[in-house]
Ligand binder design. Structure first.
Ligand SMILES: [Fe+2]
Ligand SMILES: [Fe+2]
Length: 330
């Protein structure tokens, strides 16, 4: 990206607040600004607005939760239940209100900064671009990032829908409740022309090639059974959501057995050539999640499994018969 990026020094209060951010955050913000400059140049949008939105978007990102709540109150932003529970979500609305106080940026810039974390239905191009830039800037590390970045530079509307889908899938797999604004943005994007097609293309882009999802799900289930995993289920997620094709759910009697089951399953899928995207729950092994993109394996202790109750949450997902374990020993 060879475009010149307008320097933050043009907006002194923004430049001063940037100096208080950590070096890592400033580097992220600079990459977002570079991406916005490239997008503005390609699509004939105002480069100054694109730069100001980028430089300002994370100015409040490193504030402590209590400070964010207090600052939101001072600025007259009423936090909703999600923002009260996770005040970090307020860093967009707070930074947008600062711009307003400083008399910087028009409504489009402030909208972009306000909604850059959650997205929102019906936002303008600048807000869509900032939401995308924040997710696809090259410092981010996840499978499919490059494909999303190219799609968004080629067609912002499609890129915006694809990033929304991909990040919603990411958070849902981790059991994070999506903000209602994100859900509404997703619904609006899904209804938009070409929405479904975009989603399918995203799924293909973020999924490894030669995906043998159903075999991997069966292999994970069989391995769990062999190592005394209990209550082994395979849910066919394809008819109900885009987050994954199959969920494999297994219980272990203790945290120790949960970790051991995860190791065995990981080993078996690894040998079968499945590409693991993530393993979570390393430290606190009451719920270990092995993420293979199309297949997600959840290994729980009984109590944790009851508490999260994925089977009820995804009650519409058909159950797959767990195939009989092939006889491998005498
Ligand atoms: Fe942010
Ligand atoms: Fe950011």
């Amino acid at each position: 990206m060879a475009e010149t990026v307008p320097e933050p020094g043009k907006w002194p209060p923004v430049a001063r607040a940037l100096e208080r951010l950590s070096a890592g955050r400033r580097a992220h913000v600079a990459r977002v600004a570079a991406w916005m400059a490239a997008w503005a140049a390609r699509s004939g949008q105002d480069p100054e607005a694109a730069a100001l939105a980028a430089w300002a978007h994370d100015l409040a990102r490193e504030w402590a939760p209590a400070a964010l709540l207090a600052e939101a109150a001072r600025l007259g932003w009423q936090p909703d239940a999600w923002e009260t529970e996770a005040p970090v979500l307020l860093h967009g609305p707070v930074a947008a209100a600062w711009l307003q106080e400083w008399g910087l940026g028009g409504p489009a810039v402030q909208e972009a900064v306000r909604f850059h974390t959650t997205a929102a239905p019906g936002v303008g191009l600048l807000a869509q671009a900032l939401y995308v830039a924040d997710a696809v800037e090259p410092g981010r590390r996840y499978s499919g990032r490059g494909a999303l970045e190219r799609l968004a530079l080629h067609d912002l509307g499609q890129g915006y829908r694809a990033v929304l889908e991909a990040s919603a899938a990411f958070y849902r797999r981790r059991g994070v409740r999506l903000h209602p604004r994100t859900l509404a943005a997703l619904a609006a994007a899904g209804e938009a022309e070409g929405g479904r097609e975009t989603i399918e293309r995203t799924q293909r882009a973020v999924r490894p090639a030669g995906d043998a999802a159903e075999e991997w799900a069966q292999l994970a289930a069989a391995t769990a059974l062999r190592h005394k995993g209990e209550d082994v289920r395979i849910l066919d997620m394809r008819p109900v959501t885009l987050v994954a094709d199959f969920f494999v759910i297994v219980s272990g009697r203790t945290a120790l057995q949960v970790a051991a089951l995860a190791d065995h399953i990981e080993e078996a899928l690894d040998a079968a050539g499945a590409h693991k995207l993530a393993r979570s729950g390393q430290g606190r092994a009451e719920w270990v999640l092995l993420d293979y993109g199309s297949v997600v394996v959840h290994i729980f202790t009984e109590a944790e499994r009851r508490y999260y109750d994925l089977e009820r949450l995804w009650g519409d997902a058909p159950r797959l018969e767990v195939a009989e374990e092939p006889e491998t020993r005498n």
